[in-house]
Ligand binder design. Structure first.
Ligand SMILES: Nc1ncnc2c1ncn2[C@@H]1O[C@H](COP(=O)(O)OP(=O)(O)O)[C@@H](O)[C@H]1O
Ligand SMILES: [Mg+2]
Length: 154
């Protein structure tokens, strides 16, 4: 079984299209962890992902809010933990209701809450330079493996 695949993009709209494809591959209850530096393309990918799940809201980087909740075919919980100051802060948010909820959870800066991530999540690491980005999708359990399978199915 394929546990990891890489797909590259050459501009932001290709990344958004990849995100949309990813969104359509996801099921309720899945958690997507987006790893990559500032400017890697996490929010751009999330824009497409949300679109793929039927969200019509504008997706942007949550600046002061650590989480934005969107209504789609399934709810999309978009976390940006860049400004997370402590573990207490994420506990106060009631993160379990999202991470183990009925929607799809997308997390920017998941490194900040690594011990709290559900063991089965889809890890997406983003690397690149210039306008090229390489997205590596890794499944860590059966649920994320089924998403990975859907991504490759086309
Ligand atoms: N292939 C690409 N995919 C995504 N973003 C790209 C790409 N090439 C250049 N960019 C630029 O990189 C930046 C990505 O921003 P953003 O998605 O907000 O990153 P992050 O959320 O990881 O900080 C944008 O300024 C975008 O125009
Ligand atoms: Mg971002």
């Amino acid at each position: 079984m394929t546990q990891s695949i890489s797909i590259s993009t050459n501009n932001p709209s290709e990344t958004e299209a990849l995100g949309e494809h990813l969104g359509r591959a996801l099921q309720p209850g899945m958690v997507v962890a987006l790893m990559g530096n500032l400017g890697a393309g996490k929010t751009t990918l999330t824009k497409g992902l949300a679109k793929g799940l039927g969200v019509t809201d504008l997706i942007h980087s949550p600046t002061f809010n650590l989480i934005h909740e969107h209504k789609g075919r399934v709810p999309v919980y978009h976390f940006d933990l860049y400004r997370l100051a402590s573990m207490e802060q994420i506990e106060d948010l009631g993160y379990e209701d999202y991470f183990y909820g009925t929607g799809v959870t997308v997390i920017e800066w998941p490194e900040k809450v690594l011990p709290l991530l559900p063991p089965d999540h889809l890890e997406v690491s983003i690397a690149g330079e210039g306008d090229r980005r390489m997205f590596t999708f890794t499944a860590t359990g059966p649920l994320s493996a089924s998403a990975l399978k859907n991504i490759t199915k086309d």
